[in-house]
Each structure stands twice: as C-alpha cells, then as structure tokens.
Design a protein around this ligand. Sequence first.
Ligand SMILES: [Zn+2]
Length: 196
Amino acid sequence: MPAVIALLTASALAADPLVDVRTAVPDAVLDVRYATERNILGRAVYPRAAAFLRRSTAAKLAKAADALRARGLRLVIYDAYRPLSVQRLLWKAKPDARYVADPARGSAHNRGAAVDVGLADEAGRALEMPSPFDDFGPRAAHGAAGVPPAAAARGAELKAAMEAAGFSSLREEWWHYKDPAAKDWPLLDVPLEDIR
Ligand SMILES: [Zn+2]
C-alpha cells in the first residue's frame, strides 16, 4: 500500500475505528459463515467467528437492533467487515458483479460499512428468511415470487428496520445492507486477527 494511502487510512480508522459488532448489539447472534465451511468457497477464510464494523456504522446497526428487539426479534450476523484479500477470493469463486463486488472497485464490506443480516427469535433461534444466506438466485431478491409468506414478511420487516436506521438495501440480496456514508471511505485489508 502506498505510504500516503496508508496514512489516510490510519487517520480515518483512528477517528472511526473498526469495532466488534457485539459492543453495539450485545444480543446479536453470530453466524459468520466465512469462519466456517458453509460459504461459497467451501472453506473457512476467517480465523474466528467475529464481526466488525466502523463505529459509526455499528451505531446505525444498534438502532435497527433496538427497533427489532421491541418486536421480539434479534439480528443474525452472517458477515460484516471483510478484508480486501478475502474479497479477491470470493471474486475468483463467483466473478458475477450482481452478487460479488469486483475487488478492483471494492465492496462496502471492505470499507467496514456493510453487514449481512438475518433475524432470530428472542431465544436466538434463526428464523426462516426468504432464501438461505448467499443463495445467489432469484429467491434472494427483495419481493421474490415463491417465498413462503412468513419468510417474505420477515424480509420486509428486516428491510424496514435497517432502512429506518440509515442503511440502504440491495435489490438482489435480502441480507445485504450498506451504510451510504461509506462511499468515500478507504478499502481496508486489515486482517481480522489484527483487530482488537
Ligand atoms: Zn453483503
């Protein structure tokens, strides 16, 4: 990384660091698929099941979680900050810009500003959503046909809470939400092992 970019990145991170999602949302249910074999790569690429976001984005997630908690729901976190090196692995496995961001441009995940979420009940049991996470197909889209009504309603409830908290949604993926403030934030390749 060129020295000047590294310096700008360091100062951006000093002002708005990557924080553990559970500091903002203590009851979040972690189901971090890239720490397991249950992902499109079929192997673990994160050293542990942990989720990080820029602090200002995590504060928005806390707002969504508060609204959902009042309705007896908890957030499930599938992914949050994703190092750029992992983005390159995903792109190699699925070079389709509808579902995976080209690492040359980067994803809001690489900026610590996107989060993949589902819903669980108060006991932390995952609830059926419109499709499985990372199921890259028509059922993953918002408002897709053929989705059981209860699952479709949960997808809509999640979207309403996330958008009210300041996130924007992606048409093709019911689980993906990004913080629009991140547009000009740097792409990061801080290894997860290095985040305290
Ligand atoms: Zn995502």
